[in-house]
Design a protein around this ligand. Structure first.
Ligand SMILES: Nc1nc2c([nH]c(=O)n2[C@H]2C[C@H](O)[C@@H](COP(=O)(O)OP(=O)(O)OP(=O)(O)O)O2)c(=O)[nH]1
Length: 303
């Protein structure tokens, strides 16, 4: 459950008498026979917290083995509900609390299966991909400053065609201005540049993902994918996110047939890592992307 534009999320504490008593978890519970995940979510949050969910979307799926059981966890994002949150079923929770996404939790311990989910909550939902090569450096930096002022918090520096010195200078400049606003910067395909400029991580091309045998050593690592198989590969390597596209026709590839939302949803469903929709995106499509299982949207032009 998310509030304040997705900046805070709710955790609940497991009560005495349950396995993992005292541990904090996302409110929820087990599916009953014949129920969809959406139905179970709505029922559980009503039973446990006394609220009626009015807006929710699928997000991440994770299988985890505890000593007592192997669980398949479906994490959904709940962004709107009616009613006041309360502990209506004391046998389900001892306490509830709101936490800030991306900050060290002020409650402990949290169920161990949830660690990657907490990291995914720190990942902004809109990614800007640079295109200084096309737009020109000055205009691009001017737009980036503007977007950062308007809340942009995730940038992928692409611009692979420039000579090395120019690429390095641009990556360094973007990283510096992003730092001032606590925005994350990932460098496309160059671990060397990412290290040199002190970026937060690297973004791997699909080709690099295919040849990569282990996760590069950065705080954040993502990859470009075109299929469910490639997303699965990114998950196996322990990457933090995948971009999947093109979803809609784009100015860069106007003739390419996109996946469409159905194709996107089919490939992104059941994913263990956050997936961004790429191709023909603009800010107004974020909600639609999330309804189809996206973590967020990535854009070359629309940011
Ligand atoms: N609700 C919830 N469960 C989680 C999270 N993370 C996680 O590993 N789990 C595990 C713990 C439980 O084994 C299972 C959820 O089942 P549950 O809370 O309905 O039931 P339970 O195992 O505590 O036992 P019971 O209510 O059936 O008696 O999933 C989480 O964030 N929220």
């Amino acid at each position: 459950m998310l509030r304040t534009d997705g900046r805070e999320f709710l955790l609940a504490q497991r009560p005495e008498g349950k396995v993992y008593a005292g541990y904090w978890e996302f409110p929820g519970g087990k599916l009953e026979a014949g129920e969809s995940v959406r139905q179970a979510l709505i029922r559980e949050l009503h039973e446990e917290l006394g609220i009626t969910v009015t807006d929710c979307s699928p997000w991440l799926t994770r299988q985890f083995t505890y000593p007592h059981a192997t669980v398949r966890l479906h994490f959904w994002r709940v962004t709107a509900w009616s009613g006041e949150i309360g502990i209506t079923a004391p046998l389900e929770h001892a306490a509830v609390d709101w936490l800030e996404c991306g900050k060290t939790a002020h409650v402990a311990p949290i169920l161990p299966a949830n660690d990657p989910i907490l990291k995914a909550l720190a990942l902004p939902t809109t990614m800007a991909i640079t295109m200084g090569e096309i737009e020109g450096v000055e205009r691009q930096l001017e737009r980036l400053e503007e977007a950062l002022d308007n809340g942009l918090r995730l940038i992928q520096v692409r611009d692979k065609g420039w000579p090395p010195a120019e690429r390095l200078w641009f990556a360094e400049t973007v990283t510096r201005i992003a730092r001032q606003r606590q925005a994350l910067v990932l460098i496309n395909d160059s671990e060397e540049i990412a290290r040199q400029v002190g970026a937060d991580g690297v973004h791997l091309s699909a080709a690099r993902l295919a040849s990569c045998s282990s996760r590069p050593d950065f705080a954040w690592v993502g990859a470009s994918c075109h299929s469910a198989a490639e997303i699965a590969r990114a998950g196996e390597l322990g990457l933090d996110y995948a971009l999947l596209g093109p979803v809609l026709p784009t100015a860069t590839h106007p003739a390419a047939r996109g996946l469409g939302w159905e194709g996107f949803s089919a490939a992104a469903t059941g994913n263990t890592i956050p997936v961004f929709a790429l191709g023909g995106m603009q800010a107004s499509l974020l909600g639609e992307a999330q309804q189809h299982g996206a973590h967020g949207i990535a854009m070359l032009r629309g940011w």
